[in-house]
Design a protein around this ligand. Structure first.
Ligand code: FAD
Length: 439
């Protein structure tokens, strides 16, 4: 199996190794009719249903004990409408395949996250995002959706057709139905000029508002136990195209960011006391660089070092305080953290359960190397994030429940009312949805 989650002896496992499940059966439908039939048969057998993407969520959002619907045969581009600036893709299409196909057609998504292994439906279902001043998550680029609902019927929605479904189903957590096709807004492919450079944390925090305002896509990584960050500024460029050289790209993106980083994490796991020294070296390892390339080659890079992640969205104006509190917490704790903290932004959007719903947001993500105890760090970080009305990424580790989430999402009840209407018997339910949405 390619990059999708692993399967052994009937057990499904996610990428991070944090979740496993034993579905009663698996189906791999090749068309919408087959998928609808699988949902109807599950209902006859009294089984719950869950479509999975590539298993890149750290939470058990995709886990099921019922019928597991695999995406592999529901892939590819259905139509491109150049006049409308849209592309319609089958829901199981990996983002990588979409990006390559769009580039061949001279088109691109506007914004995306750090990797492109996820399927389009899996990525959007949990609100996967990159960083942007004006452009939001991948789901915010959706213009239309087709889904199979609990009774096995096909429902389509857009801003003008079933708008109340469209408002919620773009980030549907798999709770409203099985998405079968997604129509994305696309634009003629463009070039991004990338500028990556180390910067002291104090300078980044003091200048955060300017760095955000002056760049279309600003983000940074802070290395715990140090005062250092790596900053990334991506802005549209008239060219010329100047990709990272093959050797330099291999050295920075494979050798340092994956190979050496993996080895450093092994050492850190064996000797936690060495982590602050390793962090100081890591923070200096990547040098400043600039390059200009098409969007997906700038936004995404390979992530081979396995980790566990928690990420919260806080109001953008709270990000500097939140980060200072996170740093103070790490500094006074015995924690040893070998993974950098990633900080990104998104403008407010109009999706019911988007982490950026109705609020300009900043994301703070904490990571731990796989196999290292992460609970103490994540618990302490979560306390900092929730003090700022943080909203957890739906696909990343968190401990929030429906009671908390209904307080930080003003439109929470709108989502659950729609869920009651579309899936009254909770055909698409699982333990995770019960916790975050209620029974
Ligand atoms: C290395 C790595 C890097 C990451 N980088 C980022 C990042 O930069 N930004 C970010 O925001 N997140 C990031 N994530 C998180 C990841 O993008 C999300 O967890 C995403 O949901 C995973 O997509 P997937 O295809 O693996 O879906 P899965 O994890 O398999 O499923 C996620 C959800 O989608 C639902 N789903 C899947 N297919 C369908 C369908 N057809 N219909 C209805 N529901 C469906 C599932 O039921 C489940 O609820 C990263 C994760 C990893 C492991």
């Amino acid at each position: 199996m390619s990059s999708t989650a692993s399967r052994q002896n009937g057990t499904w496992r996610n990428w991070g190794g944090t979740v496993s499940a034993r579905p009663a059966r698996e189906v791999t439908p090749a068309c919408v009719d087959e998928l609808a039939e699988a949902v109807r048969r599950a209902a006859e057998d009294g089984l719950r249903v869950k479509a999975v993407g590539s298993g890149h969520s750290f939470t058990s959002v995709a886990a099921t004990d019922g019928v597991l619907i695999r995406p592999q045969l529901l892939t590819g581009i259905r139509t491109i409408d150049r006049e409308a600036g849209t592309v319609t893709v089958e829901a199981g299409t990996p983002l990588k395949r979409l990006n390559l196909a769009l580039a061949r057609e001279g088109l691109s998504l506007t914004n995306m996250g750090d990797i492109m292994e996820q399927t389009v439906s899996g990525a959007t279902a949990t609100g996967t995002h990159g960083t942007g001043r004006d452009s939001g998550s991948i789901a915010a680029q959706i213009r239309g959706l087709e889904l199979v609902t609990a009774d096995g019927s096909v429902l389509t929605c857009s801003a003008t057709e079933n708008p109340e479904v469209f408002a919620a189903a773009r980030i549907g957590l798999g709770a409203l139905g099985v998405v079968t096709a997604i129509t994305f807004a696309v634009e003629p492919v463009f070039l991004l000029h990338a500028r990556e450079e180390p910067m002291p944390l104090d300078r980044v925090l003091a200048g955060f508002d300017e760095l955000w305002a002056e760049n279309e896509h600003f983000e940074f990584y802070w290395f715990p136990h140090t005062d250092s960050t790596n900053t990334k500024r991506n802005n549209r460029s008239a060219g010329p195209e100047r990709p990272v050289g093959r050797l330099a790209g291999w050295y920075e993106d494979e050798f340092l960011s994956n190979g050496v980083f993996q080895a450093a994490n092994w050492v850190g796991r064996a000797v936690p006391a060495a982590i602050p020294a390793i962090a100081r070296i890591s923070s200096r390892a990547l040098s400043a660089r600039t390059y200009t390339d098409i969007p997906y080659k700038v936004f995404t890079s390979p992530r081979r070092v396995r980790f566990v992640e928690m990420e919260y969205a806080v109001p953008r104006e709270a990000v500097v305080d939140t980060l200072r509190e996170l740093k103070a917490m790490v500094d006074r704790s015995p924690l040893r953290i070998s993974f950098p903290v990633e900080v990104r932004t998104a403008p407010a959007d109009d999706i019911t359960l988007s982490t950026a719903s109705g609020r300009d947001s900043a994301y703070i993500a904490v990571h731990m190397f796989r196999g290292t105890p992460y609970q103490a760090y994540f618990t302490a970080a979560e306390r900092v994030f929730t003090a700022h009305e943080g909203r957890p990424h739906w696909g990343k580790v968190h401990t929030r429940d429906a009671e908390y989430l209904s307080r930080v999402y003003p439109r929470f009840a709108e989502f659950t009312a729609l869920r009651n209407r579309l899936d009254p018997d909770r055909r698409f339910g699982n333990d995770y949805l019960r916790r975050v949405l209620g029974p």
